[in-house]
Design a protein. Structure first.
Length: 483
């Protein structure tokens, strides 16, 4: 397929009754969806999976000056919830504020029931002239069932990449392209021109990533012996005792390339503790950990804080802070707090105002007192945040709880995290994450850490995040992912 053919994919997608477009990473999928909306005769329903995806599509449509009445853009989850909730008797929807996986599955089932009822045929037909669905590899079978029903009423084209289907659905079944997608939405086209790297002037990397894709699709070995300019491979020690040191050295060395742009370190998706330990090691250099939206650590901390009072509440709050930052000197600080309560001056010079703020947490246990303490601790000399997202989410939850009279901290955190899904991530210049956490994001530079648990799909996602420089740290220069 030529570059000119790539440019016609949007027009093709808009003309299909039922079809699918396979789109390799960085090959202009968002651009072609926008072009498809432009050439559509009537308003298009455009669905994707995340609010970050909604934001990306919104920016592209605005770039092309597409009027808002030409499209309705939403997440699959958000559209199903609103549609089913608008007709509760017909849909039988049971939870209008779903939190659990089971409750969300019930929302999708309610949307299917509503569409199958025939009661909203006219609503669908009068509202939309067609449907585009982005990132289809991230669909669960429950979501796929909804899109199938919509396709009975609307011309529908789905966009996605089987090689980027890496999400863990926690017991839910992901859509299978050969068994589920292609029989329903016939494969009509493919985007393969790597515009992300060509637009960055990095033609050598663009060509190399095409060979990587071919190898990962065929199950072949990843060969790192012949690399293009801008891609380097560093040996990972076989002795686990020396591995973190080697990784840290590469992260520090990469700081000399800061003029090339932001950096992502992509670690093991299966080991959140290992990633946060690396961020802790590099906290002084400004590296921060990317957290999953449903971060378990923050909910555990909220439970401990909610269930405690007095000194125990202060200790629970300080233990949470210690998980987010270096330089808290927790043991020494707790001694100073005890001394302060006894009227002694131990630690007064070192901890200053933190002592009186800690005492306020102990005596009042209030949300504002905890918020003030965390804010002062963050600004204290020698403290460096390495789990910024989790720390800021806790501060926001305390603020929400204080102003909104929400019953407990756990519910406030849920509200904050739900809101963050709409806002999207705001990452720093040096971040540490996993393939699951960085999928769909773009960076200037990357350091990819070998893990035996990484599948061919994980490797493809990891290697397609950076536009300028890639460092790969692996024990061998040639290996077969997942073997």
């Amino acid at each position: 397929m030529t570059d000119d053919a790539d440019a016609e994919i949007g027009r093709l997608a808009a003309s299909l009754r039922r079809g699918s477009i396979v789109a390799a990473a960085g090959c202009g999928k968002t651009e072609q969806i926008a072009r498809g909306v432009i050439v559509s005769g009537r308003r298009r329903l455009v669905l994707t999976h995340t609010h970050a995806g909604v934001d990306a599509l919104t920016r592209r449509l605005k770039k092309h000056n597409v009027l808002s009445d030409k499209y309705r853009l939403d997440t699959i989850a958000g559209w199903c919830l609103r549609f089913a909730a608008a007709f509760p008797n017909r849909s039988g929807i049971s939870a209008v504020e779903p939190k659990s996986t089971a409750e969300w599955d019930a929302v999708y089932n309610a949307a299917v029931k509503l569409i199958d009822s025939g009661a909203v045929d006219g609503v669908i037909a009068s509202s939309y002239g067609g449907c585009f669905v982005d990132e289809y590899q991230d669909c669960t079978k429950h979501q796929h069932a909804v899109i199938q029903r919509l396709a009975n009423h609307l011309p529908t084209c789905v966009f996605g990449d089987p090689l980027q289907a890496i999400f863990d659905f926690r017991g839910q079944q992901p859509v299978d392209w050969e068994l589920d997608v292609f029989p329903t939405f016939v494969r009509e086209g493919e985007l393969i021109t790597p515009w992300r790297w060509k637009n960055a002037g990095n033609f050598a990397l663009a060509e190399w990533l095409q060979t990587v894709r071919q190898a990962m699709e065929s199950g072949s070995a990843l060969d790192l012996t012949m690399l293009p300019e801008g891609v380097t491979r560093i040996a990972l020690p076989t002795d686990i005792r020396f591995q973190q040191g080697a990784i840290v050295r590469q992260c520090l060395d990469s700081m000399g390339e800061a003029h090339l742009g932001n950096l992502i370190v992509i670690g093991d998706s299966k080991s959140a503790n290992r990633r946060s330990a690396l961020a802790q090691k590099l906290a002084k250099q400004g590296f921060t950990n990317i957290e999953p939206v449903g971060c378990k650590d923050i909910f555990s901390a909220a439970k401990a804080i909610d269930s405690s009072t007095g000194v125990d509440r202060f200790k629970a709050l300080l233990q949470f802070a210690e998980k987010c930052m270096t330089g808290t000197n927790r043991t020494e600080f707790e001694k100073a707090v005890r001394a302060h309560q006894q009227g002694r001056r131990l630690g007064q010079a070192k901890f200053g105002v933190l002592l009186s703020l800690a005492n306020a947490v102990i005596t009042t246990g209030g949300d504002n007192a905890m918020l003030a303490f965390l804010g002062a601790l963050q600004s204290h000399a020698g403290v460096h945040l390495y789990r910024r997202e989790m720390f800021c989410a806790m501060k926001s939850a305390l603020q929400v709880k204080a102003t909104r009279e929400i019953g407990n901290l756990n519910d406030a955190i849920w509200e904050v995290q739900n809101r963050s899904r709409h806002i999207g991530r705001r990452l720093g210049n040096r971040s540490i994450g996993s393939t699951l956490l960085v999928k769909g994001l773009e960076f200037d530079r990357s350091i990819v850490l070998y893990s035996g648990a990484m599948s061919p799909k994980d490797w493809y996602v990891a290697l397609t995040r950076a536009t300028q420089r890639i460092r790969i740290i692996s024990p061998e220069p040639r290996f077969t992912p997942g073997a």
